[in-house]
Write a protein that binds this ligand. Structure first.
Ligand code: NAD
Length: 220
């Protein structure tokens, strides 16, 4: 079975990475306009790079959780594509091979003048020639073609830990319902902006809910 899985910040929450919009989420302590917009790269690059340096440092303190590991296991039994809004590397560290990072990756940076993408685990600091390889507000997501292919070819769509507030990912379920017409499942600890569009809803923390669902699909 071909399964397209959209993941959001909620799948990494139990690993210790803050979500954006929940209580105590990242946006309660930072102004989006200052650190995560295309304009901020032009007007306040140092603040943008410092913000993402801090996010990158967190990666060294966290590990994939049971939900990431379960999805890697699912890939051994089904044709799984993970479309993630997350910029962490926890899917890869759990063993998933087929991961599309539509919002970029914390461990990648980009040269501003040439667009050359480089790998790093370290701080960028004051380097004025470098920016995060992350899709900021006002910029286009990456891998549109690959994402559409995964969505249009899938037999099942699963959304895990996403609030359904961020475009374009919040519209994938509309394509699934109106064009692809395959079953869909939402896993989240609470109702989201797009809950009513899913055929099956599973309420619970990703670590237990995803692991249970994966068991169900492995035994099929
Ligand atoms: P969001 O913060 O808007 O929503 C998080 C969702 O996860 C909420 O619906 C919440 O109810 C749910 N959630 C929280 N804990 C959960 C748990 N234990 N189990 C299941 N669900 C849980 O995040 P989003 O929808 O992914 O928004 C997209 C934006 O957030 C993207 O731009 C993405 O790049 C960014 N983001 C990424 C990371 C990361 O890389 N880990 C972290 C924070 C934000």
């Amino acid at each position: 079975m071909k399964i397209a899985i959209l993941t959001g910040a909620g799948i990494s929450a139990e690993s210790g990475i803050q979500t954006f919009r929940d209580e105590n989420g990242t946006w309660q302590n930072h102004d989006v306009q200052d650190v995560a917009t295309a304009i901020a790269v032009k007007t306040n690059l140092h603040k943008v790079n410092s913000f993402y340096d801090a996010r990158r440092r967190v990666l060294k303190q966290v590990e994939p959780n049971a939900a990431h590991l379960a999805l890697a296991e699912l890939e051994k039994h089904h044709d799984v594509t993970i479309i993630t809004q997350n910029i962490d590397d926890l899917h890869e560290r759990a063993g998933s091979k087929n991961v599309i990072h539509i919002h970029g990756e914390l461990k990648k940076i980009r040269k501003i003048d040439t667009n050359q993408v480089l790998e790093t685990s370290e701080d960028v600091g004051l380097d004025p020639s470098i920016r995060p390889h992350v899709c900021l507000f006002g910029e286009s997501p990456f891998f549109l073609h690959e994402t559409m292919k995964a969505l249009y070819e899938c037999d099942l769509f699963i959304a895990i830990g996403t609030s359904g507030n961020v475009s374009p990912a919040c519209y994938y379920i509309d394509k699934i319902n109106h064009v692809v017409k395959v079953p869909s499942i939402e896993i989240n600890i609470r109702e989201t902006a797009i809950t009513s569009k899913f055929k099956r809803i599973i309420r619970g923390p990703a670590t237990t809910a995803v692991a249970k669902l994966v068991e169900e699909f492995i035994s099929k």
